[in-house]
Design a protein around this ligand. Structure first.
Ligand SMILES: [Ca+2]
Ligand SMILES: [Ca+2]
Length: 305
């Protein structure tokens, strides 16, 4: 989509929203961020960051998510994660012969009788702060360019192990999806250039509870850097794109426990097999030989002053 056309569509959606605020919900239209502006310098101080300088992942800050090999319709593998040119880059690509078990985990997997873990399919990656960083409240931001494909998505999210704990509340721990880029081409509305934000708590089975602030436009997010942020206090989650509020959630109670950050890409589907529209993303638009990159300039964590 050209930027002129993209701008025209955004103006049109703005006008439609003024006529009827219910329109985005009814037709699943993405909306333009129009809320309060984040006052970062006056309200917050930087306490942690990864600017992704250097040429390797900083293992004091992150680890590869190696214990989960098949991940939805693809595989997570550390070879798909690189730090280069000041950015974290998670690449998604197809491997007919799969990829080998990373050398340092071979003994572990062989001891479990698991040697054939990575078959033919789509490969992508995930880094997690589980075990290396945990934070409570404050403001969390990443600056990123999103991977250009339907059938998959990138995400910046937050987790606590208690998300699995079914007690009718999200206060013990909630998955907070600061953004998920599931709509390179939005199947429902026909609009791309948007992301979704939301929360999940009380497990991932029948008891799972979810809420979302819906879909929001960013500025040419598959070509240009945008920032995606979350303000978290004891009463609510406030989501931002480029420092402008998109929405707020407090459904089920806000997590009162420290959480860790995750950057990931996932392919729609199950058991390592890509499955068209399994998650409302549309069919995988890449073919074997194509690649998509999730490029992250930084992750920064702030606490309230
Ligand atoms: Ca719970
Ligand atoms: Ca950087």
């Amino acid at each position: 989509m050209t930027s002129v056309l993209s701008k025209m569509i955004r103006i049109l959606v703005s006008v439609l929203m003024m006529i009827s605020p219910a329109l985005p919900g009814l037709f699943s239209l993405p909306a333009i961020p129009q809320g309060q502006e984040l006052r970062l310098d006056s309200r917050f101080e930087l306490v942690w960051s990864d600017e992704f300088d250097g040429s390797t992942l900083d293992k004091t800050k992150w680890q590869y998510n190696w214990w989960e090999t098949e991940r939805k319709g693809g595989y997570w593998h550390e070879d798909m994660v690189q730090v280069k040119d000041g950015n974290l880059v998670i690449t998604t690509a197809y491997f007919e012969d799969g990829l080998p078990v990373p050398e340092k985990y071979k003994n572990y997997f062989e001891s479990r009788g698991e040697t054939d873990l990575y078959g033919e399919g789509w490969y992508t990656g995930c880094i997690t702060g589980q075990g290396t960083q945990e934070f409570k409240y404050g403001y969390y931001e990443c600056r990123a360019i999103l991977p250009k494909s339907t059938g998959m998505w990138s995400a910046f999210w937050m987790m606590n192990k208690n998300v699995e704990n079914v007690d009718g509340s999200g206060k013990d721990g909630t998955e907070v999806d600061i953004f998920e880029s599931m709509y390179y081409k939005d199947v429902a509305s026909g609009f791309g250039d948007c992301v979704i934000s939301g929360i999940h708590y009380d497990g991932y089975g029948e008891g799972q509870q979810s809420d979302s602030i819906g879909k929001w436009f960013a500025n040419n997010p598959y070509e240009e850097f945008n920032t995606y942020g979350l303000e978290w206090n004891e009463n609510e989650y406030i989501f931002y794109i480029n420092g402008i509020e998109t929405g707020r959630l407090s459904t089920g109670g806000v997590s009162q426990n420290p959480e860790y950050l995750i950057l990931s890409c996932e392919v729609a589907g199950e058991n390592g097999v890509a499955n068209a529209d399994r998650h409302g993303t549309g069919k995988m638009s890449m073919k074997p030989g194509d690649t998509a990159e999730f490029i992250v300039d930084y992750v920064r964590v702030y606490q309230y002053k």
